[in-house]
Design a binder for this molecule. Sequence first.
Ligand code: FAD
Length: 342
Amino acid sequence: MSGTEIVTDVVVIGAGPVGLFAVFELGLLDLKCHVIDILDRPGGQCTELYPEKPIYDIPGFPVISGQGLTDNLMKQIAPFGAEFHLSRMVTGLEKLGHDGFRLTTDAGDVFRAKVVVVAAGGGSFQPKRPPVDGIEAYEGKSVFYSVRRMDDFRDQDVVIVGGGDSALDWTLNLQPIARTLTLVHRRDAFRAAPDSVNKMKALVAEGKISLVIGQVAGLEGEDGQLSAVNFSTEAGEVRVPATRLLPFFGLTMKLGPVADWGLELNDNLIVVDTEKFQSSVPGVFAIGDINSYPGKLKLILSGFHEAALMAQAAKKIASPGEKVIFQYTTSSTKLQKKLGVA
Ligand code: FAD
């Protein structure tokens, strides 16, 4: 596909929950989408940062996991046949006179679209790497910065480093399945929710997990497979046998190339109006966590609402002169045909 120009109605930048739902709203209006994401799977923060955590504030779902929500969204948008281009970053966005936009990726793809929807969330997020020599060699094999599948930690000697919510949540969630679990933090004070800290301390008191106050000093292992982690503590060096290391030192959210596209920004977020969620460049819309307007809440449900209004405005640009009649999915046979249910 590299080198061939792909011509489409809409390019959606970002396959997070909001980008995915945009495909649905645009699809109901007959707009064909290509979706591009840096990550190798759809779902954005939901699948990258908390796939197995429960979300409680998605309307109509009393509880659903990050992965479950993504799977449902993928099912919901399937009738519209959006094409996904994963593991590539949109680097260039250029306006082509009256002919829409030209987008380029770091994989060499070129797209031409009438409308661009930026659903880039917090931008490209990267875990902060602990300052430990040679850690790169273990990454993705025995050192992980997120838990994609809990089963990968079953019967393992797990060391978790950090004092925030991720470190404490995963300590509590992995303790029942890990062979051993050691939590390491540089001081005996934790930023995580007090309830999680109390639960962790109870597990330490029961002898079910170990707590070390110290800093990672070095790794032992071979061919990417960890065998122990060494820590410096006030009492001296401590060696903890380990087959899995989970450092939670936070994430750096980098806006990345979005900053270079000439869109008006406010504190690294794209300024939009609240009627159309259009940026300062007509034809470029911004929805979800990436946008900024008075009263903005970085919630998935806000992004879904923004996607619905954006789609109405995008339709007017992509199909000028075409009358758009507002319809309900419950009662419109036309919409039901598009969804493949009538
Ligand atoms: P994201 O999910 O951030 O997705 C954006 C995507 O864009 C990413 O996949 C990224 O790789 C991609 N991208 C960025 N730049 C580019 C580029 N240049 N080229 C290609 N791709 C690009 N919200 C709730 O409503 N309820 C909750 O309970 C809740 N719990 C949360 C718990 C945690 C631990 C976290 C971290 C967040 C939580 N949130 C919750 C917030 C919620 O996850 C976000 O509001 C939501 O993910 C925003 O969706 P999005 O599609 O706008 O962006």
